[in-house]
Ligand binder design. Structure first.
Ligand SMILES: [Zn+2]
Ligand SMILES: [Zn+2]
Length: 407
């Protein structure tokens, strides 16, 4: 019974709040803040939650917050939004473009934040009416792009006592009103690799008397990705792509050092764990062949986000209940990284892609200065998040409430 009523309650809530939420998003969009500097954003969220009678708890460094709605001995479901922006220029010609030079909400985190705020306000109403069969933990996470904000939340007990966690991310390749979802891994691991080579240096007339460092570096640049493709199961899609190379300063001098930096992306958790050792041994063997020394600095990023099957079922059921049958579409595992993965290494949950493209509209790309969304995605996101939290609470709650809730 509650399942059917919920849709009407969300209709009524959004009829009143949708314009306000759009204005909230535009305000965040005009005042984007970088990772671990989201002070204003955090304050804006806290003010709105407090005004709704909730008690947000801001993290010690002043960016990001956690807030519980509901109480009692029932289960706890967490909903997470990330709140940080990116260090790039807003290139859009819209009235709400960024007012901060070189900073832009180009990953849609302003939209995620607004959706979770709307969901919080709706759930606060539900709790006040005695309709929340447990607790919902709202996580407004800082610094997803760094990444590392998820670890900050976890270090402050953000997911202790939480049974399941759910999150959404804008997807400009999916139409608004649809949710992209898949079981198992949905994003990829993304690490950083920095290689440093060094040798004696010398005149380019006599490479045989020294070590031809630039030549050796070039070999490393091409041989490492090539050898990896033959040493790792191709299904794991381990890919090393260089983004920066530097060596030398004169045409006729062999330099004594050089660097190359790149990213290592991977779809598979096992291959991800094995990657640093394998890359190190390949690097040493190529460098050794040309008489140069090579060292590497391997920085672990995030593991893949691996969706839990039961949570995916709950989210699917909720999204169809909220947006209608057929709203959930299959999605591919992306090669992007997302620090939501850290939560899912500890507790079950699911991460979905929220359609933000206007039907037949332009397909934007995230992490571009032109990125924007169809703002109808905000109310769709609120519907899905609120329904997911309630569905998950009903399904893990006491048996009698499940039977009546789902009747
Ligand atoms: Zn991003
Ligand atoms: Zn993002």
């Amino acid at each position: 019974m509650r399942g059917r009523e919920l849709r009407g309650e969300l209709d009524a809530f959004l009829a009143e709040s949708e314009q306000d939420l759009v204005a909230f998003r535009r305000d965040l969009h005009m005042h984007p803040e970088l990772a671990f500097a989201e002070y204003r954003t955090t304050q804006r969220i806290a003010e709105r939650l407090t005004a709704a009678g909730l008690a947000p708890s801001v993290l010690p460094r002043g960016t990001g917050l956690i807030c519980d709605v509901g109480s009692g001995d029932g289960p706890t479901i967490a909903l997470r939004a990330d709140i940080d922006a990116l260090p790039l220029q807003d290139e859009k010609d819209v009235p709400y473009h960024s007012t901060v030079a070189g900073v832009c909400h180009a990953c849609g985190h302003d939209v995620h934040t607004t959706i979770l705020l709307g969901t919080s306000l709706f759930l606060a109403q539900q709790a006040a009416a005695g309709l929340l069969p447990g607790r919902v933990r709202l996580i407004f996470q800082p610094a997803e792009e760094l990444p590392g904000g998820a670890l900050e939340i976890m270090a402050h007990g953000g997911i202790s006592g939480v049974d399941r966690i759910f999150g959404l991310h804008c997807d400009p390749r999916v139409d608004v009103g649809q949710i992209g979802l898949r079981n198992g891994p949905i994003t990829s691991a993304c690490d950083k690799l920095a290689v440093k080579v060094s040798g004696p240096g010398g005149h380019t007339a006599r490479p045989h008397l020294t070590a031809d460092l630039v030549f050796a570096l070039a070999k490393i640049l091409t041989e490492l990705p090539a050898a990896l493709s033959r040493r790792v199961d191709p299904r794991s899609s381990l890919s090393l792509v260089w983004g920066k190379v530097e060596a030398g300063s004169a045409a006729n001098a062999i330099p004594d050092d050089g660097v190359a930096e790149g990213t290592v992306r991977c779809l598979d958790e096992n291959a991800w764990h094995a990657a640093p050792d394998l890359i190190k041994s390949l690097l040493e063997s190529v460098a050794g062949a040309y008489g140069v020394e090579a060292t590497m600095d391997y920085t672990r990023g995030v593991p893949p986000v691996v969706n839990d099957e039961v949570s995916v079922e709950m989210l699917t059921e909720a999204a169809e209940r909220a947006l209608g049958a057929g709203a959930v579409v299959p999605t591919q595992q992306s090669l992007g990284g997302e620090d939501f993965a850290w939560y899912l290494e500890s507790i079950p949950g699911a991460f979905a892609r929220l359609g933000t493209r206007s039907p037949d509209g332009f397909t934007y790309d995230i992490h571009q200065g032109t990125f924007d969304v169809d703002e109808e995605a905000i109310s769709m996101g609120v519907r899905v998040m609120a329904t997911t939290a309630l569905t998950a609470l009903w399904e893990v709650g006491p048996l009698d409430s499940i039977t009546s809730a789902l009747a």
